[in-house]
Ligand binder design. Structure first.
Ligand code: PMT
Length: 231
C-alpha cells in the first residue's frame, strides 16, 4: 500500500468549548460541540499521525487511536497545551476558547439580588492559547480557526498575523447548516503567499461533512507544512 501522508508527525488539536465558572453551579461557555476538532483528530489518525486531542467539555466519544486530555477552563487548556507543545510537530487550535473568565469565582452560589433587577459580573481576559504556542522559541507548525460573523478575510487575516500563525481556517458561523454544532462545515484557508509573504493567499474548502472536510484540510495543511519557510 501507499505510505501514510502524516506518518511520523505528532499533531496536537484543541477542540470544543471552554467553561468559565461563575460560582459552584454556574458557568460561561459557548455552542461549540467539539465535532470539528474530533473530526480532525480522527482524520489525522487515519492519515498516520500520532494525535493528542485536548478537549473541553463535550459529549463525544474519543476516536480510536487518539490520546485525549480533558480540560474544563481556558487556563486548564493552556496548561495542557504548554505540556504538549514542546513535543508536537503541528498544533491545531479548533477550540472555541472563552475570551474572558470571571475575575473572581464565587465560593458560594450567587444569590438573586431582589432589590436591583440586574447583576454585574467582572470579567478578565483569558490568555491566548495558540498565540502562546506560536510564540515559543521553536514552535510547532500552527493552524488556527476563526469563527466570524462578517468580513471573514479581514478578521481571519488579522488573527493570522496577530497570533503569529502559519495558517488559519475561517468559518462563517452565520451561514445555515455549518459551523457551531452542525454536522457539516465549510472553510476558507488563509496563509502567507509564497511569492510575497506580505500578501495572503486563500483556498476554499466548500461545504461537506466535518470528517471529509477535516481530511481535505489536513491534506492542504501538509502541502503548506512542506513548503514552510525556515524562521
Ligand atoms: O465544535 P463544533 O461545534 O464542531 O464547531 C466548530 C467551530 C465553529 C467551533 C470551529 O470550527 C472554530 O471555528 N473554532 C474556533 C472558534 C473561535 O471561537 O475562534 P476565535 O476567533 O475565538 O479564535 C481564533 C483562534 O485562536 C482559534 O484557533 C482559537 O482556538 C484560538 N484561541 C482563541 C482564544 C484564546 N484565548 N485562545 C486560543 O487559542
Amino acid at each position: 500500500g501507499t505510505s501514510a501522508l502524516l506518518s511520523g508527525l505528532h499533531v496536537a488539536i484543541t477542540a470544543g468549548p471552554t467553561r468559565e465558572a461563575i460560582d459552584p453551579v454556574r458557568y460561561l461557555s459557548n455552542h461549540s460541540s467539539g465535532r470539528m476538532g474530533f473530526a480532525l483528530a480522527e482524520a489525522a489518525v487515519a492519515l498516520g499521525a500520532r494525535v493528542t486531542l485536548i478537549s473541553g467539555p463535550v459529549s463525544l466519544a474519543t476516536p480510536v487511536g487518539v490520546e485525549r486530555i480533558d480540560v474544563i477552563s481556558a487556563l486548564d487548556m493552556l496548561a495542557a497545551a504548554e505540556r504538549v507543545a514542546p513535543h508536537c510537530d503541528w498544533f491545531i487550535g479548533c477550540a472555541a476558547v472563552a475570551d474572558y473568565r470571571l475575575a473572581r469565582i464565587s465560593d458560594h452560589k450567587l444569590k438573586k439580588q431582589s432589590d436591583h433587577g440586574e447583576l454585574t459580573l467582572n470579567l478578565i481576559e483569558n490568555p491566548d492559547i495558540i498565540a502562546t504556542v506560536a510564540a515559543r522559541r521553536s514552535p510547532p507548525w500552527t493552524l488556527g480557526f476563526a469563527a466570524e460573523t462578517r468580513e471573514l478575510a479581514q478578521y481571519a487575516g488579522d488573527k493570522l498575523r496577530r497570533k503569529g500563525l502559519d495558517m488559519i481556517a475561517a468559518n462563517d458561523v452565520t451561514a445555515p447548516g455549518v459551523g457551531f454544532g452542525a454536522e457539516d462545515n465549510a472553510l476558507t484557508l488563509y496563509h502567507r503567499s509564497d511569492a510575497d509573504p506580505e500578501q495572503l493567499a486563500s483556498h476554499v474548502l466548500p461545504t461537506r461533512h466535518k470528517r471529509a472536510l477535516a481530511e481535505a484540510l489536513l491534506r492542504y495543511a501538509h502541502d503548506r507544512y512542506r513548503a514552510r519557510q525556515p524562521r
